[in-house]
Ligand binder design. Structure first.
Ligand SMILES: O=C1NC(=O)NC(C(=O)O)N1
Length: 310
């Protein structure tokens, strides 16, 4: 009922973690791999190990979360070894997330993956909002175009891009025009809504240490923005480019809405952080319930079929 085909691999369901959540260590990744999740993605890897920003750098709120992790990770080799190892023991579809601290590092990372034995999917994170002094690449249209043009002169493996949220129709138009030029496997919308501010009223203080308390928002706060970005890119991108919907998934209804907007896969971040990997069995059950009530027997029955008001 929930089965989904991605790159000719049949997944039991369209759900997976959002990069950064529950995917930093081999233990966490194994737990994801052995959970109900249809697939998993690794924590965004940089070339070298990064400690990330000073703590506290993550905070759950009633309506979601705020984080300014600063790309802490064990370095590309740690994650590349992990996915190659699992690939050798038969893993069919894996997602490896990467980003560089510079243009050269971005190109270098993808060159290394291209030359490696890894045959899975690479998620190119162009949208981390939390490295002080580093703007989000995908808010710089020219840079994104230049980077993708160079990458696709040598990269032949499946590549997706993780985008920040856009808030202007002209930006959807401009970004889609750029993305449609490249043989991308998918676009993942959205990364956290950058640089929000959450206040502890009693202490009259911010709740995370980096950047004076500014951090990326996740959870309920961002679902309308996430759905709009999924819908906008689905309407604009070549059908050959799949869409992964990320942002604001609390229950099965939210998963249904992402798919109704056009998502092929749906990622869960904040709610996975709060609930643990059991969230995937809860969400699949809830989604099946909703589909039954509505008389749908497969995701294709309603994917991308959001109605407008004529
Ligand atoms: O791309 C990212 N998005 C986030 O919200 N946080 C992490 C991070 O800060 O590492 N990276």
């Amino acid at each position: 009922m929930l089965k989904t085909n991605f790159l000719d691999v049949e997944l039991s369901n369209p759900l997976m973690n959002a990069s950064g959540v529950h995917c930093m260590t081999i233990e966490e990744l194994d737990e994801l791999a052995n959970s109900e999740a249809g697939a998993f993605v690794t924590k965004t890897a940089t070339r070298d190990y990064r400690a990330g920003n000073p703590e506290p750098r993550y905070y759950d709120t009633n309506l979601g979360s705020i984080n300014s992790m600063g790309l802490p990770n064990n370095g590309l080799d740690y994650y590349l070894d992990y996915v190659i190892e699992r690939q050798k023991s038969g893993a069919k579809l894996q997602f490896l997330s990467v980003t560089g601290m510079s243009y050269e590092e971005n190109v270098g990372l993808l060159k290394k993956i291209q030359e490696s034995e890894y045959e899975g999917v690479t998620e190119f994170n162009l949208s981390c909002p939390n490295v002080p002094g580093k703007p989000q690449i995908a808010y710089d249209f020219e840079l994104t175009d230049k980077l993708l043009a160079e990458v696709f002169t040598f990269f032949t493996k499946p590549l997706g891009v993780k985008l920040p949220p856009y808030f202007d129709i002209a930006h959807f138009d401009e970004m889609a025009k750029i993305l449609n030029k490249y043989p991308l496997t998918y676009v993942n919308s959205v990364n956290s809504v950058g640089n929000g501010l959450y206040i502890d009223l009693d202490k009259e203080q911010v709740v995370i240490k980096p950047k004076g308390g500014f951090g990326g928002l996740g959870g309920e706060y961002i679902k309308p923005t996430a759905l709009a970005n999924v819908r906008a890119f689905r309407e604009r991108l070549n059908p050959s480019i799949k869409i992964i919907g990320t942002g604001g998934v609390i229950n099965g209804k939210d998963v249904f809405e992402h798919i109704l907007c056009g998502a092929d896969l749906v990622q869960v971040g904040t709610t996975l952080h709060k609930e643990g990997v059991s969230v995937f069995s809860r969400l699949t059950k809830e989604l099946q319930e909703i589909m039954k009530e509505k008389g749908y027997s497969s995701l294709e029955d309603f994917r991308g079929k959001l109605k407008v008001i004529d």
